[in-house]
Ligand binder design. Sequence first.
Ligand SMILES: [Zn+2]
Ligand SMILES: [Zn+2]
Length: 347
Amino acid sequence: MIPNNISKEHILKAIKWIDTKGVPTKRESNKFSLVLEGKWYPPKYVITIANLFANGKELSPSLFSGGDETNGYLDKQGFTITNDESNKNEFPITSSSWTILSSTVFIKEMDKSSFIHHGLAIPKVFRHYFNIDSLKRGEHKTIVLIHKGIMYDARFEMDNIDSPRTRLFWKSDLVGLIRSELPDWFSYYKDNTAKPQNLPQLRFERNIERDNVISIEFVNPTEISLDIDGEIGEEQEPKAEGSLKYYYGKRYERKPENRKRAIELHGYVCAVCGFNFEEVYGIRGKRFIEIHHTKPLSTLNKEQIIDPLTDLIPVCSNCHRMIHRRKDDILSIEEIKRTFDEYKLDL
Ligand SMILES: [Zn+2]
Ligand SMILES: [Zn+2]
């Protein structure tokens, strides 16, 4: 029996306790879960621990039962109990070149038709995600695709034939966008140039309030893995160049005495873009800046002397990441500055 002096407050305390201590493996539940703020807890173990707060000791699992007794008790206290099976996340769902990631976000691996036919096909089983289940043979529905705030007219069309296909068509303005976003792929299909690596993806996000509005974005999986490479390269160093190995930055950037001297010399303002963390983040950002080491150092040269005045430069996290974005193409301060100056005019 569950002691009836276990209150909602005791249960919340138990949940907090479980948050910090975790659940012993043999007390995991494989059938039901108490769901609170997106987290899942084994109901019977929650009661066991709640008893600790109500009556000073854990309630042995042999003294009460899971299922109806436990779930009923928690339900009466206002908690949500779910059957794990029925709540298994149904996503992602993949079919042909589509992946449905959630009820509003869909990924389409771009293929030939995206580049030369002004559109793409929507698998029948995915129609309802686009809210076009009611579309009948020969009908169409106009929509707006939005990319970085710019609107592109488009439409869903149902062929006027037996077992019609559903397709999304766009106009020449969006073709122009694809051409500028993915020039290599565009010329591969249009002009038979060399085939680029790794097909880009088109990401769709349906607007929940307005079902005729869909945001789009181009996602490039290759770039994402290169970025991860760049970040790992920044952590690990060194980078081999011919028979020499070079260290780029980080180990020197992290040394406290180097950092201190660099900041004393240069201050806390980003040398590239002028960003000052305190101006934007207040106390949280006060006296924060990253330090970039500008010279690759040969490992053979053991007694490398760092001159903090010229070799260690304060940069904000954005500029620093852009400098190191590609491990085999680290920008100099002059290069990143030129890039920044060129584009800031457009802001
Ligand atoms: Zn900066
Ligand atoms: Zn750096």
